[in-house]
Ligand binder design. Structure first.
Ligand code: N2P
Length: 351
C-alpha cells in the first residue's frame, strides 16, 4: 500500500467506525420508552411485558407504598415519571400544585369503556387529568379461627384480647381516617380537637399493634401471623383467595371510599407513550387480566360483568349502595394537612 492509500484507508475506517457507533447509539435512543410509577402489587407483570411486545415501548417500572411516598418523589423533581397512579385526594393536590399534565383523551379512546359513575368526580371534576384505574374501600380483614366475635366496629382494633395480633396500615390518611370514623368524626376533619383525639386513640392502641405494614400485610395475614389488619379492599380479595379462614368486614361507623386513577406527571418526556399505556390499561381484556390478578375493583362495567359471580357479589370487591352510602372520600386537606402529618409523626414516635 502506498502512503496515500494507507492514509485514505485509515480515514475511511475512522469514518465507518464513527458512523457505526453513533448509528448504533442513535438506534438505541430511538427506542420508545416509558417510566411508570405505581403502587406495589398493583398490576399483572405479564401485562407490562405484553405492552412492550405489542408496542415496542420499553417500560421502566417502579413502585411506591403510599400516596405520600409517591408525592414526595414526584414533587422533589428529577424522577422523570411519565405515568403515576395516585388516589383521589392526592390527584387533587397534584393538580392544585401544577404537578400534572392534561391528558389528550383523543389518544385514549378506551376512556369510553369507563363507567360514568367514575367520571366528573370532585378531584378532577372536568376529567382533564386522570383516567380511573381501580377503586375500593378500607376495612378489616380478620382470621375467623382467631376472631370469633362479630367484626362490625372499628372498636375491635382496641380490644386488648388481640394484643400483638393487630396489623395497622402504615399510611397516615388511612390509619387516622378510620380512627376518626370510629370516633364519629369526618375523615376530612380540620378540627384540632378531633385530630388530637384520633392521635391519642392511636397512641393508646400502639401496645396492641404487631406492626404497621403496607404490602407485607398480605403475606402476614395469609400465613396466619396476625388475627386482623386494616387493609384496602382489593388486597382483602387477594388474601381471601389464598386463605379461606380470612374474611373482610366494613365497620358500621363507615369508611373511606377511594379511587386510584392514572395521571401523567408535569413535564413527562414520553407523553404520547404514556397515553398509549393508559389506553392499553383501559382496554377491557387487559383491565380484566389486571383485576383478576390483583383483586381490586374495576371502573369498567364490561369487565365487572365478566368476573366470577362470587367476586361480583363480594362486598370486598363490589360493596353495594347501602355500604357506599356510609363512606367518605378523602379530600385534599391543603393547609390543614400539616395537622395530620404532625399527628402521624407523634403516633409513629410514641412507644
Ligand atoms: C395495592 C395498593 C392499593 C392502593 N398494593 C389503594 N389505594
Amino acid at each position: 500500500m502506498g502512503k496515500l492509500t494507507k492514509i485514505l484507508f485509515f480515514i475511511t475506517l475512522c469514518v465507518f467506525s464513527v458512523v457505526a457507533l453513533t448509528g448504533c447509539g442513535g438506534e438505541k435512543s430511538a427506542q420508545r420508552q416509558l417510566k411508570v410509577y405505581n403502587w406495589g402489587d398493583y398490576i399483572d407483570p405479564e401485562v407490562i411485558k405484553d405492552f412492550e411486545k405489542e408496542t415496542g415501548i420499553k417500560v421502566i417500572y417502579d413502585t411506591f407504598a403510599t400516596n405520600e411516598d409517591m408525592y414526595v418523589k414526584i414533587k422533589s423533581g428529577g424522577s422523570d415519571y411519565d405515568v403515576a397512579i395516585p388516589s383521589d385526594y392526592m390527584i387533587k393536590r397534584m393538580i392544585n400544585e401544577d404537578l400534572l399534565e392534561k391528558i389528550d383523551y383523543n389518544n385514549v379512546p378506551n376512556y369510553k369503556n369507563i363507567s360514568d359513575k367514575f367520571k366528573n368526580l370532585a378531584f378532577d371534576a372536568k376529567n382533564e387529568y386522570s383516567v380511573p384505574y381501580m377503586w375500593g374501600t378500607v376495612g378489616i380483614i380478620y382470621n375467623k379461627t382467631m376472631v370469633q366475635e362479630p367484626v362490625d366496629s372499628w372498636g375491635i382494633l382496641w380490644n386488648k384480647k388481640y394484643a400483638k395480633q393487630i396489623l395497622m396500615v402504615d399510611s397516615p390518611r388511612d390509619s387516622i381516617g378510620v380512627t376518626l370514623k370510629y370516633l364519629g368524626y369526618s375523615l376530612n376533619t380540620d378540627k384540632d380537637n378531633e385530630i388530637e383525639a384520633a392521635k391519642l386513640k392511636l397512641i393508646e392502641q400502639k401496645p396492641l399493634v404487631l406492626a404497621y405494614v403496607v404490602d407485607e400485610v398480605k403475606d402476614k395475614m395469609i400465613s396466619g401471623e396476625a388475627a386482623m389488619a386494616v387493609v384496602w379492599s382489593g388486597d382483602a380479595m387477594f388474601m381471601k383467595e389464598k386463605n379461606s379462614d380470612l374474611e373482610y368486614a366494613i365497620p358500621k361507623e363507615g369508611t373511606n371510599l377511594w379511587f386510584d386513577s392514572i395521571v401523567i406527571p408535569k413535564g413527562a418526556k414520553h407523553k404520547k407513550e404514556a397515553e398509549e399505556f393508559i389506553n392499553y390499561l383501559s382496554r377491557p381484556d387487559i383491565a380484566q387480566r389486571n383485576v383478576e390478578y390483583i383483586g381490586y375493583a374495576t371502573p369498567i362495567p364490561e369487565v365487572e360483568k365478566n368476573l366470577d359471580p362470587d367476586v361480583q357479589a363480594d362486598i370486598a370487591a363490589y360493596p353495594g349502595d347501602q355500604i357506599l352510602a356510609n363512606t367518605e372520600v378523602f379530600d385534599d386537606l391543603s393547609k390543614n394537612l400539616v395537622k395530620y402529618d404532625k399527628a402521624w409523626t407523634e403516633i409513629k414516635a410514641a412507644r
